[in-house]
Design a protein around this ligand. Structure first.
Ligand code: NAP
Ligand code: GCO
Length: 261
């Protein structure tokens, strides 16, 4: 057996939530390149259909499903359908997520709850639906997409930071509960990545753009490609003794106190 076989996902079924574009699609493409069969979901049929075509153009026969990760009944019925149509899920990437950038004093409780529901309850609902099948099969991999805001705060993202901080601890807790069943639960904490979600921060002349490049030792925004290798590592048997770890892919942000003015 070659050493690199440890990173092979041949014969595995990977479900990536919210993967009709952005980080989710990039991770799905990487898992496919490593041999996995790709399943993904999104909220809107049009986006699922468009993504299926994009995956196909990349030589990937991805199966797409329309469901909301916060809708437990729909999640359970969709997982059952995926098992019937594709197979038991070996790798779950909880990627689907939203952000609302609103000052805390202006944010309604309903807005706060919506972010928590999608970014924290969603991964719990998805993991709870998939884990029993992984246990029966003898193991699996769960990767939760965390954030810099799993560790740091900043103005206007109180709900998002609360959700992503909670997702870090959910990752650690599920890792403890399910390690005995050979399920490794870990997280990826992307830095600031060029996707539609951060597009408002990257508008030309936006002060945040200059700020975050200065705050990143690698002196650039991350790209979704930067997340592909770490995702394959955590999805493969190369990480079988990695449990409850958040792998930060941030160009050094969390290691950096900041440049002296
Ligand atoms: P994005 O461009 O906004 O894409 C988010 C995806 O999640 C979309 O496909 C969206 O579908 C889907 N989604 C949202 N709510 C959903 C729900 N309730 N059920 C199912 N799907 C849902 O985000 P991104 O930048 O690719 O980020 C992906 C993940 O990485 C998120 O968890 C985000 O918090 C995290 N992250 C992003 C960055 C960054 O800098 N971009 C950094 C750290 C962490 P629709 O388009 O139909 O709404
Ligand atoms: C923001 C950004 C960040 C990124 C990411 C950083 O408004 O601060 O959207 O939250 O999305 O989570 O890791």
């Amino acid at each position: 057996m070659n050493f690199t076989d440890k990173f092979s996902l041949t014969g595995k079924v990977a479900l990536v939530t919210g993967a009709s574009y952005g980080i989710g699609m990039a991770i799905a493409k990487a898992l496919a390149a490593a041999g996995a069969k790709i399943v993904f979901n999104d909220l809107q049929a049009e986006k699922v259909d468009a993504a299926i075509a994009e995956y196909k153009a990349a030589g990937i026969d991805a199966k797409g499903y329309v469901f909301d990760v916060t809708d437990e009944d729909k999640v359970n019925s969709s997982i059952a359908q995926i098992i019937r149509e594709v197979g038991v899920i070996d790798i779950l990437v909880n990627n689907a997520g939203i952000i609302k950038r609103i000052p805390a004093v202006e944010m309604t409780a309903k807005e706060f709850r919506q972010v928590i529901d999608i970014d924290l309850n969603g991964p719990f609902i998805m993991s709870k639906a998939v884990a029993p099948h992984m246990i029966k099969k003898g193991g699996g991999k769960i990767i939760n997409i965390c954030s810099m805001m799993s560790e740091l705060g900043r103005e206007t993202v109180s709900a998002y930071a609360s959700a992503k901080g909670g997702l870090k601890m959910l990752t650690r807790n599920l890792a403890c509960e399910w390690a005995a069943f050979n399920i490794q639960v870990n997280g990826i904490g992307p830095g600031y990545i060029e996707t539609p979600q951060t597009a408002p921060l990257r508008e030309s002349g936006h002060p945040f753009n200059t700020f975050i490049v200065g705050r990143t030792p690698a002196a650039r925004w991350g790209t979704t490609d930067d997340l592909q290798g770490p995702a394959v590592f955590l999805a493969s048997e190369a990480s079988n003794f990695v449990n409850g770890h958040i792998l930060y892919v941030d160009g050094g942000i969390l290691a950096y106190i900041g440049k002296q003015p």
